[in-house]
Design a protein around this ligand. Sequence first.
Ligand code: HEM
Length: 146
Amino acid sequence: MSAWITEWYAWIRALHIISVMAWMAGMLYLPRLFVYHASAVPGSELSETLKVMERRLLRAIINPAMMAAFVFGGLMLVVQDWTQHWLHVKLALVIAMSALHGFFARWRKDFADDRNRRPPNFYRIANEIPTVLLVAIVILAVVKPF
Ligand code: HEM
């Protein structure tokens, strides 16, 4: 197994970066839709359109991209030196990003059921969290500062 991973490592890393980019594009876009949805009247044409956009974004892009990021990242983990501290901190931040993904999925369900009670500003702040996490994760993965 590890001989195969080592042979195809560059391809696996490239596919990891591609899937991470798709995952992050969705994680940055979905809360932006929530900002507009939080000020839309439940049952209105705008609210119903945003429900379709949010459901398709989550199910067709964010969820599969996250799974692909874990598969290709996981393959690379098999041949990693686990004593590296950057990897420990990176994986902790990836767990935080995955937890945030879970909250986004729950908030999408609240909007779909016209049960959202949070104001637009709540989602404006939520929109910043994946940005901060991705900056830290990419610096750790590329610079490996410790
Ligand atoms: C989903 C779980 C993840 C796992 C298990 C994982 C694991 C890994 C591993 C083992 C490497 C190889 C490091 C190397 O060979 O130098 C790597 C590279 C990388 N990861 Fe992840 N990662 C995950 C998620 C993410 C996320 C969420 C991001 C960005 C937001 C990210 C960004 C990167 C980048 C940019 C590289 C390439 C580093 C380079 O080529 O120098 N990863 N990842």
